[in-house]
Design a protein. Structure first.
Length: 331
C-alpha cells in the first residue's frame, strides 16, 4: 500500500467536529430507573402490546398515567434524565450545585405514542417539559411541548388530530397548543414520535433550545426555537434538570427510549487507512488534532516544534529528536 506523506498540516487539519456521548438511556427493557426518582411521578413499565401499543423498540416500554378526563389536569411521570447537572443519580438541587453546561450543548428526547383513538373529547391536553438548572443547582427554566387532541375545525385542520406548540409554560392557565403566535402544528397519524430538546450556546453565551418533533422514519416534522437573553450560560444557566409530563389529561401516554446526550467537541483529526503516516519537517507550534492511522505514524526530524494532539496507530509510532508530542500516544 502506498505511504502517505504530509508536508503541510493546514491540509490535514479540518474544522473541529463533534461527537455525541450518551449520558443516559432508558428503553424500559429491564426496569424504569430514572423514571422512578420522584414520589408519585413514576412511569410504569409494561410489555409490548399493553393497551394495544407495540413498543417503539424492544419488548417493553412505559406508561405515564394521567387523569383520563379532558379538562382535568394531572401531574404525571417525570425523569431526572439520569441525573441533574449530569451528576449520576442526582434528583435534587443540593447535589446539582456547580453544574456546568456542556461546551457543545446537550440533547434530551423521549418517544411518545400519539393515539388518535385515545379519546373523543376535544381539547384533551398534555404538556411535556425538559428543564434546565442554574449553576447553583436550582431550577432556571422549562421548555415545554404544549399538546392537545382536537376533532373540531379551525386553522389547524379538521377531524381527529394532535396539535402542538412550544413555550416556557405548562398547564391550561398558562399555555394553549393552538396559540397562533407559537406556530401550532398538527399531527394526523397515530404512531410513535420523538420529542427532542436541543440545548446549545448561540455563540455569544446565551442559551438556545430547539424543540423538535420527529417521526418514526427520522424526519423532523416541526422545530420551535426558544431563547431568553437573560439565560446566560455559566451565569444563570447550568446543567440539565428534569423531564416531566407536567400535565396529562389522557388516561395514559405510552413512552419509550428516553435519552440524554452530551454533545462534545473534539480536536480535528485525520483517519488515514494506510500503511504509514509520515509528518516531514513540520513547522508549527500551535496546531491541534488527533491522528488515527491503520498503519504507523512517523514524525521525521525537522525544526523544533510541539504537536498538540493524540496519536493512535495500529502499528508503531516513531518520533525523531526535537519533536515533542503534547497528548496521548497509543500503538
Amino acid at each position: 500500500m502506498k505511504k502517505l506523506l504530509f508536508l503541510c498540516f493546514t491540509l490535514l487539519l479540518c474544522a473541529a467536529p463533534v461527537f455525541a456521548q450518551t449520558f443516559s438511556f432508558q428503553g424500559f427493557e429491564v426496569d424504569n430507573s430514572s423514571w422512578d426518582v420522584f414520589t408519585g411521578l413514576h412511569a410504569t413499565r409494561v410489555a409490548s402490546g399493553t393497551n394495544g401499543v407495540i413498543s417503539k423498540t424492544g419488548s417493553f416500554h412505559a406508561e405515564a398515567a394521567g387523569s383520563g378526563v379532558g379538562g382535568t389536569q394531572a401531574s404525571s411521570a417525570a425523569t431526572n434524565w439520569g441525573g441533574y447537572s449530569f451528576v449520576p443519580g442526582c434528583a435534587a438541587t443540593a447535589c446539582a450545585v456547580g453544574g456546568v453546561f456542556p461546551a457543545a450543548g446537550y440533547l434530551t428526547s423521549v418517544d411518545i405514542y400519539l393515539n388518535l383513538s385515545a379519546t373523543s373529547t376535544n381539547d384533551t391536553r398534555f404538556d411535556f417539559t425538559s428543564a434546565i438548572n442554574q449553576p447553583s443547582g436550582a431550577h432556571r427554566r422549562d421548555f415545554v411541548f404544549n399538546g392537545g387532541f382536537y376533532n373540531d375545525t379551525d386553522g389547524t385542520g379538521s377531524g381527529p388530530r394532535f396539535v402542538f406548540s412550544a413555550s416556557n409554560n405548562a398547564g391550561r392557565a398558562n399555555s394553549f397548543p393552538k396559540n397562533p403566535g407559537r406556530e401550532p402544528f398538527a399531527i394526523t397519524a397515530t404512531g410513535w414520535y420523538t420529542f427532542q430538546h436541543k440545548f446549545y450556546d448561540n455563540g455569544s453565551g446565551v442559551l438556545v433550545v430547539e424543540l423538535s418533533i420527529i417521526n418514526s422514519s427520522g424526519t423532523t416534522l416541526k422545530t420551535w426555537t426558544l431563547s431568553d437573553a437573560t439565560d446566560i450560560i455559566g451565569s444563570t444557566v447550568g446543567g440539565n434538570r428534569y423531564g416531566w409530563f407536567a400535565n396529562n389529561e389522557f388516561s395514559f401516554l405510552a413512552i419509550d427510549n428516553a435519552t440524554t446526550i452530551k454533545v462534545s467537541t473534539v480536536s480535528p483529526y485525520a483517519f488515514l487507512a494506510d500503511e504509514q503516516v509520515t509528518i516531514a519537517r513540520s513547522k508549527h507550534s500551535a496546531s491541534k488534532g488527533d491522528i488515527h492511522s491503520n498503519g504507523g505514524i512517523y514524525f521525521q526530524r525537522g525544526d523544533p516544534n510541539t504537536y498538540y494532539g493524540n496519536l493512535f496507530a495500529m502499528s508503531t509510532i516513531k518520533i525523531d529528536k526535537e519533536i515533542k508530542i503534547d497528548g496521548d500516544a497509543t500503538a
